[in-house]
Design a protein. Structure first.
Length: 103
């Protein structure tokens, strides 16, 4: 009796856990898609072969600050201001966290 009453609780824990990890997986793939827009200019996986700076392994906090200052025009740029304007604060956070883990 006690066991059968526990089943819904156990199921809630198991399915709850699956829901949380699928959310995390969804966020991880969304971050990868968002960051992939950077690679056309900053090189494959953020490793630039040319004069545009590499962004792989860039510290997340500094990246967030850079993208915000490009977005609001505080930092002058040729293309980054326009590119950064396309992202919300949340997306900037996700992109920055993702790029900081690349090396
Ligand atoms: C169309 C090409 C292009 C795309 C796409 C692009 N960048 Fe840039 N990025 C540049 C150029 C060019 C610069 C040099 C500053 C300028 O003139 O805009 C730059 C500069 C930067 C810098 C400054 C680096 C430093 O150390 O001073 C950061 C950070 C940066 N980009 C991050 C990103 C991120 C993150 C993305 C994707 C969300 C991205 N960029 C997408 C072209 C691009």
């Amino acid at each position: 009796m006690t066991f059968t009453r526990r089943i819904p609780v156990m199921a809630a824990i198991v399915f709850g856990g699956m829901f949380i990890s699928s959310q995390a997986a969804a966020e991880a793939s969304r971050s990868a898609v968002l960051a992939s827009t950077c690679f056309a200019c900053h090189g494959t996986d953020g490793k630039s072969p040319g004069s545009i700076p590499s962004i792989a392994g860039y510290p997340a906090e500094i990246m967030e600050m850079q993208l915000r200052t490009f977005r609001d025009g505080t930092r002058a740029s040729t293309v980054m201001d326009r590119h950064a304007r396309g992202y919300t604060d949340e997306e900037i956070r996700m992109i920055s966290a993702y790029l900081s883990k690349l090396n």
